[in-house]
Design a protein around this ligand. Structure first.
Ligand code: ACO
Length: 388
């Protein structure tokens, strides 16, 4: 029997690839994209600039006629025939969650674009394919959502940035600048975060030479599990359940007494602060002035509940720092800008698709298929002959 290399459960701490795209330093409470602090990028750059940084290491020359931002405008228009397929997906998927519909819609997108296997392309065509699929994802998601609610698909507009365009094709009218800026910060701060399950999955599929849509569909599938992409809407549900600050102490204590977890707290990699939660807290507070009454009340409640939850967790778990994670204020942010809750996880997938596009492209430069082994623990064949 061949000697197998033993690795920890879940491949925790095992480096399975080299990447130059980004890194998470959990102990330091810091993460970066190609050497630049990701939260700084979220505060100061556009999604197009950060996408270009992930793909090419270029954050400054995306504008202009031949720039990346301009090419994205063409790439995000639904190809002929796709709206009819999306209408069928939306009609057939009533009751399915948005991420399931998006997964199916992205698969249909690959067919509509007649994508070839990444294996058969060169660097230029592979780059074009991964960007096209990821660029279409917000348009596909918005189209599916509208069709599922009996509305028409909104035609793309070329005069909007990528984040503003997502909100436009979702709502059918331009979004306020404050909403675009806040969502942009959220999306930029979550495009990439180390070798998480969905990024790894997308890279495994890319390593087989499959097409770009196949890799993205696999990423969405991995993200759909509750251990990966589902917490933001649960945070807002938790705040709804608490209802008002005078109920918070009792609600938090009761939840922890039952051995349940508080949504939006704790992290597998960060042992101290999650830098994304600080960025999003600041962003949500910046939205208060332009928010409606409901939004202001939600932000006030969230800030106060965060403080109480941190105190309750510190009291019960002095051995283990359990701090606010990205999902706590992500849920509040998306709710305050009026994104439907059913789209929270799918909007996270829209952000991650930007990171996946860079990872898939990076993976295809290595022509080695990812093909680990498993230790067989079932019954052995009765004899060597029986085995052959
Ligand atoms: N509330 C209460 N207790 C918690 C919480 C929490 N939010 N998080 C961890 N704990 C407790 C666990 O019950 C466990 O207790 P035990 O040692 O008695 O079994 C201990 O802290 C360690 O928990 P682990 O599961 O080992 O923590 P890990 O670091 O692996 O998990 C995770 C991280 C999954 C995020 C966890 O903190 C959690 O479930 N949080 C709530 C859900 C959530 O917010 N998810 C979004 C995460 S951010 C992201 O994925 C993008």
């Amino acid at each position: 029997m061949a000697t197998l290399i033993e690795v920890p459960a879940g491949l925790a701490g095992v480096a399975v690839a080299d990447t130059a795209i980004g890194d998470v330093r959990g102990e330091e409470g810091f993460y970066h994209y190609r050497g630049i602090d990701a939260t700084d990028l979220a505060r100061t750059r556009t999604l197009e600039q950060v996408w270009s940084l992930l793909l090419d290491g270029d954050v400054d020359s995306v504008d202009g006629q031949d720039g990346f931002a301009n090419r994205l405008r063409a790439d995000r228009r639904l190809p002929d025939g796709l709206p009819a397929v999306l209408a069928a997906v939306a009609a057939g998927g009533v009751g399915s969650d948005a991420l399931t519909l998006l997964r199916t819609g992205v698969s249909a997108t690959g067919s509509a674009l007649a994508l070839r296997p990444l294996w058969d392309g060169d660097e230029g065509s592979r780059r074009r394919d991964v960007v096209r699929v990821a660029a279409l994802m917000p348009t596909v998601l918005a189209g599916l959502h509208r069709l599922g609610h009996g509305q028409e698909v909104v035609a793309s507009r070329d005069d909007l940035g990528h984040v503003a365009h997502y909100l436009y094709v979702l709502r059918g009218e331009p979004a306020p600048a404050a909403h675009v800026d806040a969502l942009s910060r959220y999306l930029i701060s979550t495009v990439d975060h180390g070798f998480n399950a969905s990024t790894f999955t997308a890279r495994v599929v890319a390593s087989t030479g499959a097409d770009a849509a196949a890799a993205m569909v696999a990423g969405i599938a991995a993200l759909s599990g509750p251990l990966h992409g589902g917490a933001p809407s649960r945070v807002v549900q938790m705040l709804d359940d608490i209802g008002s600050l005078d109920r918070a102490d009792q609600w938090l204590a009761g939840t922890l007494d039952r051995g349940e977890r508080l949504m939006g707290f704790g992290h597998a990699v960060y042992r101290g602060r999650d830098p994304r939660s600080e960025l999003l807290r600041e962003t949500v507070l910046g939205l208060v002035d332009s928010a409606d009454e409901r939004g202001r009340t939600l932000v006030e409640l969230a800030v106060a509940v965060e403080e109480k939850a941190l105190a309750a967790l510190a009291e019960r778990r002095p051995d283990r720092p359990l701090m606010t994670n990205v999902e706590f204020y992500a849920g509040v942010l998306m709710d305050v800008i009026g994104l439907p809750r059913e789209l929270f996880s799918a909007t996270f997938a829209v952000a991650r698709s930007v990171g996946w596009s860079a990872h898939v492209l990076e993976q295809t430069r290595d022509r080695k298929i990812v093909r680990p082994a498993a230790r067989y623990v079932g019954p052995q064949p009765a004899s060597a002959n029986a085995a052959s």
